[in-house]
Write a protein that binds this ligand. Structure first.
Ligand code: RB5
Length: 147
């Protein structure tokens, strides 16, 4: 992805600090960040934040999205309910690279209670630095449809 790439960020209350660290990191790399909150650590509901970020990407307002909750799982499930979204939870850099290269993922989910801050930033970098390979993978991605 180029440095012009716009990335929407969102989380629930479990991941405010990590979301802010990711925002600072990718901004320092030159990416454009759209942080749609929430701002405080008051308890909130991960589905609405996952959906909001996913709708942002699906509408073309951002190129990619990064969403975070305690495990990454719930917010990923909510995001994947939005048509056109392909979001994977990653706890390692290999998976983060592969969901771009093979699955053309347009969103990355992270678990703030699963991965440490340093690994989370490496996972983000792996995701942003990878590119979809197309070819046979495009055929398969096209087969990912709501039933
Ligand atoms: C919040 O306590 C927690 O359930 C949430 O962050 C997430 O892990 C859900 O998948």
């Amino acid at each position: 992805m180029t440095s012009k790439t716009r990335i929407v960020l969102s989380s629930d209350h479990a991941a405010i600090d990590l979301r802010q660290a990711i925002a600072a990191h990718i901004q320092a790399r030159g990416f454009e960040v759209v942080d749609i909150g929430p701002v405080t650590t008051e308890s909130t509901h991960y589905p609405m934040h996952g959906r909001a970020a996913a709708e942002h990407v699906a509408a073309g307002k951002s190129d990619l999205g990064i969403i975070i909750c305690g495990t990454g799982q719930g917010i990923m499930m909510a995001a994947n309910k939005v048509a056109g979204i392909r979001c994977g939870v990653c706890c390692d850099t290999f998976s983060a690279r592969m969901i771009r290269q093979h699955n053309n993922a347009n969103m990355l989910a992270l678990g703030a209670r699963v991965v440490g801050g340093g690994l989370a930033l490496d996972i983000v970098d792996a995701f942003l630095d990878a590119a979809f390979e197309g070819g046979r993978h495009a055929t398969r991605v096209a087969m990912i449809e709501p039933v």
